[in-house]
Design a binder for this molecule. Structure first.
Ligand code: BF8
Ligand code: SF4
Length: 649
């Protein structure tokens, strides 16, 4: 490691991460924060989106002297094609995750249960009902199988439009039809994106970008929504649950096992197996006080929401967790698992185990997880982790002693119950609070961390600012974990940090001012919540009417590009902490930042600091309130002397 790399205490806001970054430096371990320094002069062509390597006449780069590639493609075409490919990467990741869960549902429906059950039969009937299936004359497994077949058709349909689009407000469905962006099957839309962007196919930047929106709708209303729905059926619809966050949850005297990635199927089994008395005994025999199972990234969010299993950290803490020297095993599945993990792990005793059939990493132990032997695999992995406990070197262990308590598990169903009570579950109280101005609006803050900026700083500064301004904040993914570490996921945070209106609502209901709604595929829950607000009445007919915004402060992943696009295509403005790679084309930039508004009622806005972002969010929310005629400030017109005299005539 370059000696000149400056220690990155200013790279993270939470003290646990700062301590772990310092330890990494002392232990001479290379981590993303330091690697970022070595990548400081990142490619300007890539950043502007004007490097094309789609065919082997290139790579071509657009400059003043060479304004077109060898084939004649200009900057607009190249930037738009690169953008669509990013959306395709994101949509494919969410949707393939959804597919694996649907296939699991199908197997369970066929009777191949192997330890899995339909945990939430109410969710099964609710969701099957939304797809027009009447389960009254079917067994639970028959209904599960019928639903699985119908959902598989959402992936494979060639011409039929996605059925899940019907879950959107009617007006929005009409707009999508008018704009010709209703997607057909998920797989076809993704394949078509690659086809359109290969050499010599789709060259009109607008046409390409409209497909980016069509594809993103496939993700938000299709693949991601399906992933969330099927997870609820298989593992239970989340309800409020207490847990704890940050690296301090790792035990000094327990065997620490971390699950990392996105797929909840194996981690659900690990959660069950970690409670197995035989496994607990095995840990005791190894001299440990027990097992601590915890998570990183979205696998963490999935099992925390359903079992209260602690959150060890978010994206940039994956390596820091290993640097504590106290992790016996880290199980990685798919997405956001850094390829550098085994290099970090070789400095300690941590075994990295790669469990997905589609994702292997050099230096990680391959242990392909099959649902046919799921529980057995989970038990064996835990035993291996316990066996590794003896290899822990106490001299290398330093667990930063920071944790925060949290309450999470806010699915749309649970928000409804929380607001309206079990017998008349409803969003009415929220709509009323918004109409009365006690809550000015809602912000969905989502996405990743990025070592280009201080870990969690933008996310947490913006969150605090918004709740102070009486904006209810909904969160998912690594942004939700950032709030957990900052202590904002507790009802008490409303008393300390929220404005008076939001505080009043939170106190009445007993909820935090920041609601953790799950993993990144659960951004579809934000769309679902917005649709419920719309259906409840009084705040317009369409998502574009609602005083709601989306924000991705520290995003880094292609998945965030897809999410941002489906928010905008759904009529929800999106603030980006990092800009898209589109600056090389004025036309593409104008299309996404301005013209999208006339097409979908919303657009993108890039703001590199939380103060400007907060200002923009409040402006958008006030504009929408004004349009709805619910802005009490407008009614409370200050009267001058002339007005007063007229009143007394
Ligand atoms: O899907 S927020 S760093 S973990 S991409 Fe990844 Fe970003 Fe975290 Fe979940 Ni989402
Ligand atoms: Fe160059 Fe055109 Fe090939 Fe892209 S597709 S690499 S611009 S020749």
């Amino acid at each position: 490691m370059d000696k000149n790399i400056k220690i990155a205490a200013d790279r993270a806001c939470d003290p646990a991460s700062v301590e772990a970054i310092r330890k990494a430096e002392n232990d001479c371990v290379d981590i993303s924060f330091f690697r970022m320094d070595l990548q400081k002069n990142q490619c300007a062509f890539g950043t502007k989106g004007i490097c094309c390597r789609i065919c082997h006449m290139g790579p071509c780069r657009i400059t003043a002297k060479s304004p077109v590639g060898v084939c004649g493609a200009n900057a607009d075409t190249i930037v738009a094609r690169n953008f669509l490919r990013e959306v395709a990467g994101g949509a494919a990741s969410h949707s393939d995750h959804g597919r694996h869960l649907v296939l699991l549902l199908q197997k369970i429906g066929q009777g191949r249960q192997n330890g899995y059950t339909i945990k939430d039969e109410a969710a099964l009937s609710r969701i099957a009902g939304a797809y027009g299936l009447d389960g009254r004359n079917m067994t639970v497994l028959e209904l599960a199988l019928r639903l699985a077949e119908l959902l598989i058709a959402e992936f494979t349909s060639q011409e039929d439009k996605l059925k899940t689009l019907k879950l959107a407000p009617r007006q929005r469905q009409g707009l999508w039809q008018k704009r010709d962006v209703e997607p057909a099957g998920i797989d076809r839309m993704i394949v078509e994106s690659l086809h359109r962007t290969t050499m010599g196919v789709d060259h009109d930047y607008r046409h390409i970008l409209m497909h980016a929106f069509r594809l993103a709708i496939t993700d938000g209303w299709g693949g991601s929504r399906i992933a969330s729905m099927v997870s609820d059926i298989l593992f239970g619809t989340p309800t409020p649950v207490r847990s704890v966050a940050n690296l301090g949850i790792l035990g000094e005297k327990t065997v620490n096992v971390l699950v990392h990635g996105h797929d909840p199927a194996l981690s659900e089994m690990l959660a069950a197996a970690s409670l197995d008395p035989a496994i607990k005994d095995y840990a005791k025999q190894a001299g440990a006080a027990g097992i601590t199972l915890a998570g990183i990234c979205c696998t963490a969010n999935e099992i925390m929401m359903r079992h209260g299993i602690p959150l060890a950290g978010n994206f940039l803490q994956q390596e820091l967790a290993i640097v504590t020297g106290a992790v016996e095993m880290m199980l990685i599945d798919v997405q956001c698992c850094m390829p550098g993990l085994p290099d970090v792990a070789q400095n300690y005793h941590t075994e990295i185990v790669a469990t997905s059939g589609i994702a292997q990493t050099i230096g990680a132990t391959p242990e392909k997880f099959s649902i046919d032997h799921a529980y057995e695999t989970a038990q064996n992995l835990l035993k291996r982790a316990i066996d590794n406990y003896r290899n822990r070197d106490p001299k290398k262990v330093a667990i930063p002693q920071y944790t925060k308590p949290l309450v999470a598990g806010f699915s749309v169903e649970s928000i409804k119950y929380m607001l309206g009570g079990t017998f008349r579950a409803s969003f009415r109280p929220l709509n009323d609070a918004i109409m009365q101005g006690r809550i000015r609006g809602v912000a969905g803050i989502v996405g990743c961390n990025n070592p280009k900026s201080q870990l969690d700083y933008y996310i947490n500064t913006l969150t605090r600012e918004l709740i102070k301004e009486n904006i209810l904040v909904l969160k998912t993914g690594c942004a939700a974990i950032a709030s957990a570490k900052d202590g904002n996921l507790m009802p008490e945070a409303a008393l300390e940090f929220a404005g008076s209106g939001l505080r009043e609502v939170c106190e009445a209901v007993g909820m935090p001012p920041v609601l953790h709604m799950g993993s990144c595929v659960d951004n579809s829950r934000l769309l679902e919540a917005a649709t419920e607000i719309c259906a409840e009445g009084g705040l317009g007919e369409d998502l574009a009417d609602l005083p709601v915004v989306g924000v991705a402060p520290e995003w880094m992943s292609e998945k965030a590009v897809a999410i941002a696009c489906y928010f905008v295509a759904s009529g929800i403005d999106v603030i980006l902490g990092n800009p898209f790679y589109i600056a090389g084309s004025e036309k593409v930039s104008r299309f996404l930042h301005e013209e999208a508004r006339s097409l979908f009622g919303a657009s993108f806005h890039a703001h590199d600091n939380p103060a400007d972002a907060a200002q923009k969010i409040l402006t958008i929310i006030e504009e929408r309130r004004e349009k709805l005629g619910i802005n009490r400030k407008a009614e409370r017109k200050l009267m001058d002397m002339k007005d007063r005299r007229e009143l007394h005539v």
